[in-house]
Design a protein around this ligand. Structure first.
Ligand SMILES: Nc1ncnc2c1ncn2[C@@H]1O[C@H](COP(=O)(O)OP(=O)(O)OP(=O)(O)O)[C@@H](O)[C@H]1O
Ligand SMILES: [Mg+2]
Length: 145
């Protein structure tokens, strides 16, 4: 289960993201590759961070663990005050839908939907009200109006 620090959660955590001793190993035995080896970091809310490093240094693995798309083998991932590690797959899915935006290098958009439909899909899946005018406004802001 996703744990909240306080039952009555503050509006926003001052930390957007915290990783504590996060480790991820692909494969096993002689094929084992340690992609993340005890990574700890804290990113304050409202900040912008670029992750840089050589090919194979673990950037994608880091982002996938930080966004709850993959699970670390050990360590803790806390997004906006909520711990993501240890929850069920369903709880993680709901958390991602509510709290995380992820733009993939290969986009992963649904080709049968329009740009607007792709944009509001997470809201639709979450059963939330869709403000079409607001969606259009945001798309216009990024040159996709
Ligand atoms: N699914 C996987 N199975 C086995 N090894 C993997 C897997 N994904 C990544 N790795 C290995 O883990 C290490 C880190 O890979 P990762 O993709 O996180 O690096 P990266 O920094 O994103 O690289 P790039 O700049 O090429 O995208 C690499 O040695 C890679 O070969
Ligand atoms: Mg990568």
């Amino acid at each position: 289960m996703m744990r909240r620090k306080n039952a009555s959660r503050p509006a926003r955590s001052e930390e957007a993201l915290r990783l504590a001793q996060v480790t991820k190993v692909y494969g096993s035995a002689e094929n084992a590759v340690t992609a993340l080896d005890g990574v700890s970091l804290t990113l304050p809310a409202g900040s912008f961070t670029a992750v840089m490093g050589p090919s194979g240094s673990g950037k994608s693995t880091l982002l996938q663990c930080a966004a709850g798309l993959d699970r670390p083998d050990s360590g803790q991932v806390v997004v906006d005050g909520e711990e993501m590690t240890g929850g069920s797959e369903a709880a993680l899915t709901k958390f991602r839908r509510r709290r995380i935006g992820f733009i993939f290098q290969q986009y992963n958009l649904l080709p049968t939907l329009t740009v607007a439909q792709n944009t509001v899909l997470p809201l639709k899946l979450a059963g939330r009200r869709i403000d079409k005018a607001r969606a259009r406004e945001i798309l216009t802001q990024v040159g996709l109006g």
